[in-house]
Design a protein around this ligand. Structure first.
Ligand SMILES: [Zn+2]
Length: 1111
């Protein structure tokens, strides 16, 4: 992209190049070869540039002013005249300054050359803090670009004495921690010694913490197939970990010019394919491209231009892949990294703010919200963090407290920075992903462009922009919102409805914020005769419009047009009506977009449909759709539609209000059920809410309840709903006086059907309307729109279906009727549940690929994994591990001789506070246990009885249970001799698994032991019932298989010896679980989900197959 201004020459090229450089500097200080450009700005004169170069500690190195002779000579024949305002420059710096004169290069290259000369001039005296570390890992200067670390990585043997740029051990620790939090890390190692890291989460798992209806509203593609939300971090430049404990780049990272870049998208697999990852991570930096790069970039640019045109209507104009229409053809490409509606917004947030926010958190001990507020204030006021933290401490801390409150109703992700020690390094992989999930969960609360908190008194379902004009401009001109073209193709009726209600609101002069201002619209002077009604707000209404300002003189340009933003509100309304009237029908737009095109030809664009339509009209159309923060989708299947409804009504699925509205509503329903037996049987009521057509433009943007109080207070304050639809419709849902003539659906009336908590005695009023004060008690489900309906609309003839949507069980005391006919309402959450279920069924757990297995299995010495290994008897354990692969020795020397040595290593001295059996815990855990699958024979029975006696004897005679390390609850012995329940407990407290058990308050690991009819010739089968361990493929260890069985050679028919005692085997299993090689055993995020019956059976069969058993 270095030559993206190549088509320009002279002054314009100069301006464009300078603007790019300014932008690069404004986005963050540019770091280059051990220096940073702290400031870069145009000087007072045309052709003047001022910049300040610092070292990485922020120490001033050089101020440089450049003045170009004549910008029309730029970029090839100009001369930069350099000077420096710094006094007393040493000769080497003077040389650097003067060196600029020799070249006639573009701005970027000129500055690059200055820095290179500076780096050369300073060899041996590079900025402080720089050399010391470098010397440690290599004292040869030329090795700066030596990415030798990866050679070691390939060999998977990272010797602890090697200090290298790539610390595999830290990566492994970070990956394991990421997995333990429930996310899936991945490494993508590129051929050129760089790498990227991906972190992902299946969207179905995401749907457990973010309400699925919100996910659907943000981008319906999120749930359109089984896929992952994936973050890709690149720009490491071979260095890991890139950040130190303060969240700043390590000197090693600065040295290597690491500059992290973040990409957010959807992948079918748990990580993107390498080609896609590489494309996504390609960055724009201050690097002089070599010839090969130049060729590659040119090719890419050419490709991009084509893609831009082809995909212009697929999502954002940037790099959206997977265009809507070719989705089906694309599904085979498993590696693709697809963007979705929030990708750009989240990426710019991460690129611009993440590291700064982390640093503020680390420095001031703040939470995410506090640090975000501090950063935003710093940028607004250009004040230092210290000063602001001093003056605004209370506000900043209040933001953190508010987030804690927020966490009670929103399922916010685990925060890896909370509780992190002062000197602990930041796990950038996990931290970034947690921050991403947090911001995604809370996205409607922030401006999608500038990322600041919105100051609205309602929370929308979908994210939108703040009221800054700049944000609106960027949102619309870069298509940051939902794709209009996608909506026209997939949701034409909704688009039609949105245009129509905007038209109605504008015609009747009730349109208000958000207005389409800041979009740079050039419009014809409005025709005021189009306005039918001057606004006549009821005088007492708190929501009355401000008195319209006196229309000012509008400046009309040479093009005969004026700036929309300069118009008065009534004129804006008139202009909106005029622009909408000039649009073709949505049907025509859809036909145009869906026109078949020959391969290689560009896809049709909306603006080519009718050259007479002004660009401003297309922008208004985009605004009508993209400013709608509710979710509306027409129901076209008879099965999902409301029954007994007059066929003149179109039905839309309708969601409005904050993403967690559903959760709040459910909580209210549950509370009501504790108070009312009737609510227990019929949890909710359904009622209608009507409002004149002209108000719906505002209602779907601000929420149903925001305005509705204006409808009258005859029956008290609150939201008015009616059980009988006609009451709502005739009284409140007045038809519009003006309609958009091109509308196919021609809406005349709108009415919402809402679900309400069935506790009418708590309502403000019950007759003739329900009047409800608490808005959490109401949730919108459907929007009914009266208008033109084609005769073949299928609600008229509901077709028989195999799996009909269940109907809501309506309370007979308060029937919902329309024209005195009882209506039947399909369960509104059924569809989304069915969708989630389908995604869940499609989802396949993937194994780690070789690259990730290599990370997890990398052989890192035990002493390094345990931070504080003092109490851990390493000798014995290492001894155990050494012999682990040599089972002959192992059996003879240890197992049969009752493992005295092993016991010594694992069991702590008895200190009085012995482990206690908790029978509730065990009984709860074995509820769903399968009965044994095989019959026993007499010799097996005798052998098992002998084992049992010996076990109980050992248990009774143990000095302490803690020393014993296992426990057989005597109350569970007897029912079935061949099925034992044994608890394992009292792990060395330095082990990660011990910490996991303690943190989750789990008393023990519960085992089932099954004896085969061939016992003691055949081995018993050991498996864990609960808690669930982190599977090996996700980074778990401890020789526990995915189904909970134990993977040890001595338990296979080949490895088993009849002389083994069960207690000795238990001890070996305990050692295996305690074994940190290749990775420590950890509990899974869903540790409390016992290994299920089905799973156990599969695991059992798998184990049986390996063991050569008959099942
Ligand atoms: Zn904004």
């Amino acid at each position: 992209m270095a030559d993206k201004n190549a088509h320009l020459k002279g002054r314009r090229r100069y301006k464009a190049d300078l603007a790019d450089m300014e932008e690069a500097c404004a986005a963050g200080i540019v770091i280059e070869q051990g220096y940073m450009i702290k400031k870069l700005q145009p000087g007072d004169e045309e052709g003047a540039i001022e910049l300040i170069i610092c070292d990485l500690e922020g120490q001033h190195v050089l101020s440089l002013n450049l003045l170009i002779s004549d910008t029309s000579d730029y970029p090839k024949n100009h001369v930069f005249f350099p000077s420096s305002p710094d006094t007393g420059l040493p000769p080497r710096l003077l040389n650097v300054v003067e060196g600029v004169l020799d070249t006639a290069q573009p701005i970027r290259q000129t500055i690059q050359n200055v820095i290179s000369t500076l780096a050369r001039a300073n060899t041996g005296t590079t900025p402080q803090g720089f050399r010391s570390q470098e010397v440690e890992f290599d004292d040869d200067d030329s090795s700066i670009d030596d990415y030798g670390a990866f050679d070691q990585f390939d060999g998977l043997d990272l010797s602890p004495t090697t200090v290298s740029k790539f610390d595999l051990q830290t990566l492994q620790n970070n990956f394991v921690e990421t997995v333990a939090t429930g996310y899936r890390p991945g490494l993508l190692h590129f051929a050129d010694d760089d790498f990227a890291v991906s972190i992902s989460l299946p969207v179905i798992t995401l749907a457990k913490s973010i309400p699925p209806r919100a996910l659907m509203a943000w981008d319906r593609r999120l749930l359109s197939r089984s896929q992952h939300l994936t973050l890709l971090i690149s720009g490491f430049r071979g260095v890991y970990p890139p950040l130190d404990s303060s969240g700043a780049y390590t000197t090693l990272a600065q040295h290597s010019m690491s500059s992290l870049k973040f990409k957010v998208g959807l992948t079918k697999r748990y990580k993107p394919g390498k080609e896609y990852a590489k494309d996504a991570g390609r960055t724009f930096g201050l690097i002089v491209p070599d010839a090969e790069d130049e060729v590659r970039m040119q090719a890419e640019k050419a490709l991009e231009d084509i893609e831009y045109d082809c995909d212009a209507y697929c999502y954002s104009a940037e790099t959206m892949q997977a265009p809507a229409q070719v989705e089906e053809e694309d599904v085979e490409d498993d590696g693709s990294f697809d963007r979705f509606s929030l990708s750009s917004s989240l990426e710019t947030l991460l690129d611009q703010a993440l590291l700064k926010v982390i640093q503020l958190r680390r420095k001031f001990g703040l939470g995410w919200a506090g640090a975000e507020l501090l950063l935003s204030e710093m940028e607004k006021t250009q004040t230092t963090a210290e000063i602001l933290f001093g003056t605004q401490r209370e506000l900043i801390l209040a933001a953190d407290r508010e987030e804690i409150r927020l966490g009670r109703t929103n399922d916010l992700p685990h925060d890896p920075l909370s509780g992190l020690g002062q000197d602990d390094e930041v796990n950038i992989t996990l931290t970034t992903f947690s921050y991403l999930i947090r911001r995604l969960s809370l996205c409607p609360r922030y401006c999608i462009v500038c990322h600041d908190r919105l100051n609205t008194d309602y929370e929308a379902l979908k994210p939108y922009v703040c009221d800054s004009k700049l944000c609106a401009y960027q949102y619309y001109s870069f298509n940051r919102g939902p794709s209009l073209e996608y909506e026209i193709i997939h949701n034409p009726e909704t688009v039609d409805l949105l245009i129509s209600i905007t038209h109605s609101a504008a015609s009747e002069q009730v349109i208000e914020e958000p207005l389409p201002i800041g979009m740079g619209l050039r419009v014809p002077p409005p025709d005021m005769t189009k306005i039918r009604h001057p606004p006549t707000p009821p005088p007492q209404s708190p929501y009355a419009l401000p008195v319209p300002p006196v229309p000012q003189q509008v400046a009309i340009g040479l093009d005969g047009m004026c700036d929309f933003d300069d118009l008065s509100l009534p004129m804006m309304s008139a202009s909106i009506v005029q622009l909408i009237d000039s649009l073709p029908s949505v049907e025509d737009m859809k036909k145009h977009l869906e026109r078949k095109i020959k391969a290689g030809k560009l896809k049709p664009k909306l603006k080519d449909l009718d050259p007479k339509v002004l660009p401003a009209a297309w922008s208004i159309l985009r605004w009508c759709v993209a400013s709608c923060t509710a979710h509306l989708e027409e129901i076209t299947s008879g099965e999902e539609s409301i029954k007994n409804l007059d066929p003149g009504w179109r039905q839309f699925r309708f969601s409005v209000g904050s993403p967690d509205a559903e959760a709040k509503f459910k909580a209210a329903v549950t509370a009501a059920q504790q108070r009312s037996a009737n609510a227990l049987e019929f949890p909710s009521l359904y009622a209608f809410h009507g409002s004149p057509l002209k108000n719906w433009h505002s209602i779907i943007r601000h929420g149903l309840w925001y305005k509705s109080i204006a409808n009258g207070r005859a029956y008290g304050h609150g939201v008015y709903l009616a059980k009988e639809g006609n009451l709502s419709m005739s009284t409140y849902a007045q038809s519009g006086r003006s309609i958009w003539r091109k509308s196919k659906i021609c809406p005349t009336n709108c009415v919402a059907l809402a679900e309400i908590v069935n506790l009418p005695e708590q309502f403000v009023s019950q007759h003739p309307h329900f009047v409800i004060k608490d808005t959490h008690w109401i949730i919108c489900r459907y929007l009914l729109v009266k208008g033109t309906i084609e005769s073949n609309f299928d609600t008229v003839l509901p077709e028989p279906v195999r799996n009909p949507t269940p109907l809501v069980k309506l309370d007979p005391i308060h029937p919902t009727t329309l024209g005195n006919k009882r209506i039947e309402i399909p369960d509104p959450s059924y569809q989304i549940h069915a969708l989630l279920e389908a995604r869940r069924e499609e989802y396949r757990e993937e194994e780690n690929d070789e690259e990730d297995l290599a990370v997890f299995q990398a052989n890192i010495s035990v002493s390094q994994v345990i931070d504080d290994g003092e109490d851990f008897d390493m000798d014995v354990d290492m001894d155990y591990m050494d012999s682990y692969n040599d089972y002959e020795d192992y059996r003879d020397s240890k197992l049969v001789t009752s493992t005295e040595k092993g016991k010594a290593a694992m069991i702590l001295p008895f200190t009085g506070d012995d482990w206690k059996h908790d029978s509730d815990w065990v009984l709860r855990s074995i509820e769903n246990l399968l009965p044994p699958l095989s019959e026993a024979n007499p010799s097996a029975t005798m052998a098992v009885q002998r084992e049992l006696k010996s076990m109980l004897k050992e248990q009774e005679s143990a000095k302490s249970l803690r020393e014993l390390g296992w426990y057989m609850p005597p109350d569970l012995i007897g029912d079935n001799l061949f099925q034992w329940i044994v608890e394992m407990h009292s792990f060395d407290e330095n082990l990660p698994i011990a910490g996991d058990l303690k943190a989750r308050n789990l008393n023990s690991i519960i085992f089932e032991i099954r004896f085969p009819p061939t016992f003691p010739i055949g081995p018993p089968f050991f498996r864990i019932i609960t808690p669930r361990f982190l599977p090996f493929i996700q980074g778990g260890g401890g020789h526990v298989t995915g189904g909970g069985s134990i993977c040890m050679d001595l338990l296979t028919s080949d490895g088993w010896l009849p002389s083994y005692s069960i207690s000795a085997v238990l001890m070996q299993i305990k050692l295996a679980i305690s074994n940190l090689d290749p990775r420590p055993a950890r509990l899974s995020a869903d540790f409390d989900r016992p290994y299920g019956v089905q799973e156990a059976l599969i695991g059992y069969k798998r184990a049986a197959a390996t063991h050569g058993w008959q099942v």
